[in-house]
Write a protein that binds this ligand. Structure first.
Ligand code: FAD
Ligand code: UDP
Length: 374
């Protein structure tokens, strides 16, 4: 008889959610985490009394009421709505692409004028059939001016690849609307946990055995012997010792600055969409939790400049690169994973999918429904 039903590798949103659901079903789990803290990429640290999202800005959004109720059961969420601003060569544009953006770009003031302008723009480029890559998809969606000012430079910086080499679906994440609405998401529910994401993760892990600074691969045999089943949330290629080759990831280097001013850029997220600025965006964390002018209550601010870089050993893998080559390699690893009897793979890295937090929770819930009744 093994001491645990589940060995859960990784304490991110997937591992923590599964651990909670397993506990609710009366199962015993051991969560191991190689980092010195729990929470994976949603981990926050308080700096100058500001909750800093250490691995990049995280805004929770979903239309799934079950998921929204689930997270709100553990921690109260504020009513933050993400409204990033794009800075292109010193001029500011609202995102996502909406009437404000069209006004700023072309001076058009009605939806009709904006639609006509976009049709005109699309006519400047001839694309037939299904868009084969991100460039074609973007041109098909918004035409030439917006593609060149707000998409091309940002995307090529973020992914380190040409827009013609990237899959079309990446840009379909962004809404396009003919109303004055700067909400970056179309979802019914949105917000940030009051007090930061650690409160959510800690609540999920409460009463579950968990170890920090423990890398599965450093003690593979010993740790595996502790549980009947493994739930793995790390990179799938690493699980198989890269035997079919390495999957590619993008990662982000964050340059932190603590400034002696209360309000640096007036918004949580400002994207720098031209190629010349080396970083992709600046995050000013205190705006995630401000109401109105409370930003001035704290005389300091913390900003992160985000530099997008190709993943190398020793870095944190963040974004799976879902192009054709990597997808084909992932499918080979997935075929191996499907053969495993007592190992389940879940989350952004183990499934090599560009999941946000809410879909990650959905996936953990699906796995729990499937396996926990056994
Ligand atoms: P992770 O958070 O990566 O957790 C995996 C954990 O496993 C990590 O803690 C890792 O240390 C651990 N681990 C890996 N290998 C081992 C091992 N061998 N032994 C022990 N532990 C191991 N989503 C949103 O919904 N909204 C946003 O605004 C948003 N912004 C994002 C911004 C950035 C820069 C990034 C990178 C992601 C963003 N996301 C956002 C996505 C969000 O971070 C993910 O959906 C979520 O964190 C996925 O959780 P996970 O548990 O699958 O993975
Ligand atoms: N994007 C862009 N310009 C922007 C913001 C985003 O071209 O100002 C593109 C970029 O290719 C990015 C995609 O839209 O990868 C999706 O953006 P999102 O903000 O969802 O990416 P995230 O940072 O959340 O992964």
């Amino acid at each position: 008889m093994k001491p645990y039903n589940y060995l859960i590798i990784g304490s991110g949103i997937f591992g923590a959610t599964f651990a909670y659901l397993a506990k609710q079903s009366g199962k015993r789990s051991l969560v191991i985490e190689k980092r010195p803290h729990f929470g994976g990429n949603v981990y926050c640290e308080s700096i100058e009394d500001i909750n800093v999202h250490k691995y990049g800005a995280h805004i929770f959004h979903t239309s799934n009421k079950e998921v929204w109720d689930f997270v709100n059961h553990f921690v109260e969420f504020n009513r933050y709505t993400n409204c990033p601003v794009a800075n292109y060569k010193g001029r500011l544009y609202n995102l996502p692409f909406n009437m404000n953006t069209f006004y700023q770009m072309w001076g058009v003031t009605t939806p009709d004028e904006a639609m006509r302008k976009i049709e005109e723009q699309k006519a400047l480029v001839s694309i037939h059939g299904e868009p084969r890559n991100l460039e074609e998809q973007a041109l098909r969606l918004v035409g030439k001016d917006i593609y060149e000012a707000l998409i091309k430079g940002y995307t090529e910086k973020q992914w380190g690849r040409l827009c013609t080499e990237l899959p079309a679906f990446i840009i379909r994440r962004l809404p396009l609307r003919f109303v004055f609405d700067n909400n970056y998401f179309n979802d019914a529910y949105q917000g940030i946990p009051i007090g930061g994401y650690n409160r959510l993760v800690n609540a999920l892990l409460e009463g579950v055995d968990a170890r920090l600074n423990t890398d599965f691969f450093a003690h593979r045999e010993e740790l595996s012997s502790l549980a009947e089943t493994i739930v793995y949330t790390g990179p799938i290629d690493e699980f198989y010792d890269y035997r079919l080759g390495r999957l590619q990831y993008r990662t982000v280097h964050f340059e932190q600055e603590i400034l002696d001013i209360p309000n640096y850029q007036g918004n949580a997220v400002v994207n720098f969409t031209d190629r010349e600025v080396p970083y992709t965006r600046i995050i000013e964390h205190k705006h995630f939790e401000r109401f109105g002018n409370t930003v001035y209550d704290n005389p300091k601010t913390v900003i992160y400049k985000e530099y997008s870089v190709e993943f190398k050993d020793g870095m944190e893998p963040y974004y799976p690169v879902n192009d054709e080559k990597n997808t084909a390699l992932y499918n080979q690893y997935k075929a191996m994973a499907d053969q495993e009897e007592n190992v389940y793979f879940g989350g952004r890295l183990a499934e090599y999918k560009y999941y946000d937090m809410a879909p990650t929770i959905e996936r953990a819930m699906e796995l729990a429904k499937k396996v926990l009744k056994e």
